[in-house]
Design a protein around this ligand. Sequence first.
Ligand SMILES: Cc1cc2nc3c(=O)[nH]c(=O)nc-3n(C[C@H](O)[C@H](O)[C@H](O)COP(=O)(O)OP(=O)(O)OC[C@H]3O[C@@H](n4cnc5c(N)ncnc54)[C@H](O)[C@@H]3O)c2cc1C
Length: 340
Amino acid sequence: MATEHRHENGARPVTVVGAGILGLWQALVLARAGHSVRLLDASAKPFAESASRLAGAMLAPGCESDGAPEIRSFGEQGLAHWRAIYPRLVNAGSLVVAAPRDQAEATRFARATAPPETLDAEGVAVLEPALAGRFGTAFYFPDEAHMATPDAMAFLLDAASAAGADIALGERWDSNASTPGIVIDCRGFAAKDRLPDLRGVRGERVLIRTAELHLARPVRLLHPRHPLYVVPWGDDRFLVGATVLESEDAGPISVRSALELLGAAYALHPAFGEAEILETGAGIRPAFPDNLPRVEIRNDGRQILVNGAYRHGFLLAPVLAHAVAGYLANQTPHPLVRLS
Ligand SMILES: Cc1cc2nc3c(=O)[nH]c(=O)nc-3n(C[C@H](O)[C@H](O)[C@H](O)COP(=O)(O)OP(=O)(O)OC[C@H]3O[C@@H](n4cnc5c(N)ncnc54)[C@H](O)[C@@H]3O)c2cc1C
């Protein structure tokens, strides 16, 4: 029988494994709730081996409800949690545009997501003057938000540390070793050794820079194959993402994907043709068969696995962290928590 390690206040120490977006939120929420938390990550350089660092970091529960209605209600909760803690969140909504040849896709998208506002060309010009005259129909989701990924992750790491979490970077956890207290496994796709139904979904993106153009909010360009978008990250940087490929290959971006992504930016505005390419990247999104995340409680609560965030790690990480905090406090049930 495993030995119980408890602190003077009776609480078992918590080890959060993985400082991607899920682990960062777990460490922050649990440290703020008074748990004794240790957050460890195999990478000595913060975030270097995470899929999270590649994300566009849009908090778009409405746009993302396309094909996944559950994402809207959980995502709205996630957005509220971000708003409560992150002062540099940009609350400017999301704009969705379609090229004339993709009008059928626009009709389908509107039916699936029920956008709060449909804009004509004049409405687009008011919101994003740089796009004036370029799109005749657009959808606007005014309550959505976005952030610059590196800045947001650095903020969470600092906030977790300030809340008392002990941060250990460059420390690889061995899933066969015994760890005292409660382990919260947030290793992303690396946790496939313990989660056989986890699959990897490859995503590629390109970071570019130009001072020729200003966008106030993420602009999504409807496309039959990929959810293409351009997210303004500030300092003239734009994140162009993202492919969604059923592949577990984390190798460099392909020429085809680079052409598709940069072609989308260029279709949005030809001024992107003059932008500098700062960085390309590809990562593996961890996903379960239903593409919804889950918290799995094992060994009477000593092992907790949080995974499967798929395309919604930033949106849903706070919801998963509060679900775990509720379970640890008084076994509060939550639709994303599964006892096994
Ligand atoms: C191109 C792209 C764009 C995206 N855009 C968005 C978006 O706009 N909005 C959104 O919400 N989501 C987005 N996502 C999805 C989001 O990035 C993922 O859902 C999220 O990154 C999953 O986070 P995670 O914390 O589970 O895993 P990860 O970020 O991969 O973190 C896992 C961590 O565990 C560590 N680790 C692994 N093994 C060990 C070990 N043995 N010991 C210690 N540490 C270990 C790794 O070093 C890593 O840091 C995007 C993803 C991609 C690829």
